[in-house]
Design a protein around this ligand. Structure first.
Ligand code: ADP
Ligand code: MG
Length: 246
């Protein structure tokens, strides 16, 4: 069952007097996929780390009826999977198979169910045949796919992705957008890559200097060229780069 995500008036500073998030409010309906786009340093990763209580700012974050706080943290982490930007923050077992099995095993699932989930998650990430490989022998993009698989195998009700498209080749980006579109979980996808976000999100929020400056369906966001350009995100930048080839 998918759960809603409700972020209300969330503010956060790493250092006193330097707010990184400024009263951010975003609501994600059960089963909805909301993208959060913003230039580098706008606070996207900081915002994401509040969804499973890694960071705790002023304001509230709710996963379904659950208020994220010290008391609820174990339950919050059971229902909310976070795919970190850096796969090396997520992978710590000797083999790919063990990394992907780790979460489901911790849930106390039977070995057969765990095996099935691992197989399914590896298949979704084109990692069949990687089972017994060592994560640190893989390329960054491959490790990124393993990190995604570790979260998929847990089948969380809410999944938050931090820059899932970075370091993936174009074919894998396309496969991942398809996978995200087909997911029943509630999804929050933080990314600087506007093109894949446009195709896989129901709505997109633009974060600029720690503030939400727009939330709208992808088509509306894509048409707001002035705003996107002022954030360094507009699609026209790509058009300008490849104008000679189109
Ligand atoms: N651990 C930290 N200590 C101090 N400042 C930080 C820390 N992490 C991030 N920041 C600062 O917070 C701002 C937002 O960072 P981040 O959330 O990573 O942005 P984004 O993910 O949008 O690129 C940046 O100015 C960054 O330098
Ligand atoms: Mg980031």
């Amino acid at each position: 069952m998918a759960l809603s995500v409700k972020i209300e008036n969330l503010s956060y500073s790493y250092e006193p007097g330097k707010p990184v998030l400024k009263s951010v409010s975003i609501e994600v309906a059960p089963g909805e996929c909301v993208g959060i786009i913003g230039p580098s340093g706008s606070g996207k990763s900081t915002l994401l780390m509040h969804l499973n209580g890694v960071l705790r700012g002023d304001g509230t974050v709710r996963i379904g009826d659950l208020l994220v706080n010290e008391k609820s943290i174990a339950e919050v982490r059971r229902v909310t999977g976070v795919v970190f930007q850096d796969p090396d923050d997520q992978l710590f077992n000797p083999t790919v198979e063990e990394d992907v099995a780790f979460g489901p095993l911790n849930f106390g699932l039977t070995p057969e169910v765990v095996r099935a989930r691992v197989g399914e998650a590896l298949k979704a990430m084109n990692l069949e045949g990687f089972e017994t490989m060592t994560s640190h022998h893989l390329s960054f993009g491959e490790r990124k796919r393993v990190a995604l698989a570790t979260v998929l195998a847990m089948r969380p009700e809410v999944i938050a992705f931090d820059e899932p498209f970075s370091n993936l080749d174009p074919a894998m980006v396309q496969q991942l957008t398809g996978l995200i579109r087909g997911m029943e979980a509630t999804l929050v996808v933080v990314s600087q890559s506007i093109l894949p976000l446009l195709v896989c999100c129901d709505r997109i929020a633009i974060l600029k200097d720690g503030e939400v400056v727009a939330v709208a369906p992808p088509r509306e966001i894509a048409r707001n060229s002035d705003l996107l350009r002022s954030c360094g995100l507009d699609i026209s930048f790509y058009r300008d780069i490849c104008i000679d080839y189109l």
